[in-house]
Design a protein around this ligand. Structure first.
Ligand SMILES: C[S@@+](CC[C@H](N)C(=O)[O-])C[C@H]1O[C@@H](n2cnc3c(N)ncnc32)[C@H](O)[C@@H]1O
Length: 309
């Protein structure tokens, strides 16, 4: 299944998803396709990511968050209203939003707006949000709409604001289509291409741990509009962040150490950007190549500084 196929049958792709969700009970199990029991583990992983974010340099404020594809408000209830003063919810199924008003209990007071809209038609208010949280919904957007939506999310951020995406990814390098709920699951590589096209910089990427075997791998990405991050982060910072991000994954730690070691080697011998690209290409694991690419940021400023050494 190619992305072009999805993009060319856009109307059917969206109406089939609306029809699918209209038959789904407004419960946690309904939201998580019968895997309601993973909700706590999911929230725990997300809290860890938010903690890392708030302990980083120039963190966002904790004033306003947006929950995208919010369903009945599972994430708003257990994660976002715990951290932020106010939360808006955008969700295309109005019944889920109605149910959210009950399900959230007293936390409903923290909800600013309920937006009953598809993300493909929604534009966040400019400069409003500290964090825009998007989870388990992007497979319902076509490539073109996803890029447009992410661009408008970038505009919806306050200073130091971030977009957090938490999504299934395929283990293969291929897109997988689910005809039943009319969604696609993208490989990691596609997400990174999409982020680039939306002019977003992925400065942290973390794999959710402790989910049952047999599910798609789930990744969390923290994204900022590209210009901000290039100005504020040095290459050394990126290496430290790389270590921190992967502190719970032995394999990645080894890779991280290797990069750091190679990095000083590369610097010692007055390496140019092409030496680094060659090093990246010499790793033999696709996923790690992507980690290296996104976390070491082979961006223009770094290339320039290395080439000028
Ligand atoms: C798998 S559930 C996840 C709900 C919530 N994010 C969570 O993790 O509990 C997917 C949600 O996305 C909503 N959805 C599907 N397509 C959408 C679209 N194009 N725009 C907005 N919401 C959509 C569904 O109605 C459903 O509530």
């Amino acid at each position: 299944m190619s992305l072009e196929n999805v993009d060319n049958n856009e109307e059917k792709f969206y109406t089939n998803a609306v029809n699918y969700w209209s038959e789904i009970p407004a419960t946690i199990d309904g939201m998580l396709g019968g895997f309601g029991f993973i909700s706590q583990t999911d929230i725990k992983g997300s809290k860890m990511l938010l903690n890392q974010l708030f302990n980083s340099k120039d963190p966002p404020e904790k004033h306003y968050a947006l929950d995208c594809g919010a369903g009945i408000g599972r994430i708003s209830k257990f994660l976002l209203t715990e951290t932020f003063e106010k939360v808006d919810m955008v969700e295309q199924n109005e019944d889920f939003l109605q149910q959210a008003k009950q399900y959230l209990g007293p936390k409903v007071d923290k909800i600013g707006n309920f937006y009953p809209e598809g993300l493909q038609n929604f534009q966040p208010e400019t400069g409003k949000y500290d964090v825009i949280w998007i989870q388990w919904v992007l497979g319902h957007l076509t490539n073109a709409d996803l890029i447009q939506f992410l661009i408008s999310c970038g505009k919806g951020l306050k200073k130091n604001g971030v977009i957090v995406i938490k999504e299934n990814v395929t283990s293969s390098d291929e897109i997988e289509k689910d005809e039943q709920d009319s969604s696609i699951t993208r490989p990691l590589r596609h997400y990174h291409t999409i982020f680039q096209k939306a002019k977003l910089e992925c400065y942290r990427q973390l794999k959710q741990q402790n989910f049952p075997k047999g599910l798609f791998p789930v990744y969390m990405f923290i994204l900022r509009p590209s210009g901000d991050i290039l100005n504020e982060m040095s290459h050394e910072n990126n290496l430290v962040k790389l270590e921190n991000v992967h502190d719970n994954c032995k394999k990645d730690n080894v890779i991280c150490e290797t990069i750091i070691q190679h990095d000083s080697d590369l610097k010692d011998k007055n390496a140019t950007s092409s030496d680094i690209v060659e090093f990246k290409n010499s790793t033999n694991n696709d996923e790690n190549k992507i980690n290296i690419e996104s976390l070491l940021k082979f961006d223009d400023s770094m290339k320039t500084s290395l080439d000028n050494q």
